[in-house]
Unconditional design. Structure first.
Length: 176
């Protein structure tokens, strides 16, 4: 069965610092026409950092779209043309003060494929050394060290709600 849609035209509604919004007119496999609202995003990384005590390093931060403090793995957005692994090294040190000595790509997530092209690269870091915490000027973070089983319980009881964090913690199971 053919699922492919053919793009007829694209119109940008907004071009911003973090996202662009465009509307594509498409031809469906049936020949009918439809429109698709697409959020363009450079993508990002998330890092499941596990120290020698088998603790996952998490961060707490306020997230404006939900008006609440969320618990997340260290993460950040890719700069235009930046390699995901370099972004992971940068973000881990900026947010936690830990320099990654090794990183393993565990998964690539499509965050909201119905309307966004954002990809998140989820890395595992089990070897690190001390570096320097240097969050972005608009970031206010609290670093947490949580045993793996406790992190799982935080997922199960709804304390961890962030999808990349849930996915990353669950994917790390085979490495612990």
């Amino acid at each position: 069965m053919n699922f492919k849609e053919i793009t007829i035209s694209q119109k940008y509604i907004h071009k911003g610092k973090i996202i662009n919004l465009r509307v594509d007119e498409v031809e469906l496999p049936s020949g009918r026409k439809s429109s698709r609202e697409i959020v363009e995003h450079n993508g990002g990384v998330g890092i499941v950092a596990i120290n020698e005590k088998k603790e996952i390093i998490l961060v707490k931060q306020f997230r404006k779209p939900f008006e609440e403090v969320l618990i997340e793995i260290p993460a950040g957005k890719l700069e235009k043309g930046e390699e995901p692994i370099k972004c992971a090294v940068r973000e881990l040190e900026e947010e936690t003060g830990k320099k990654a000595l090794s990183l393993k790509l565990m998964n690539i997530l499509y965050t909201s494929p119905g309307f966004s092209n954002e990809k998140l690269y989820i890395y595992l870091c089990t070897e690190m050394e001390d570096g320097k915490v240097n969050p972005d000027e608009d970031e206010n973070l609290e670093i947490m060290y949580v045993k793996y089983e406790d992190a799982l319980n935080m997922i199960y009881n709804g304390e961890i709600k962030d999808a990349k964090t849930i996915s990353g913690i669950l994917a790390a199971k085979k490495f612990i």
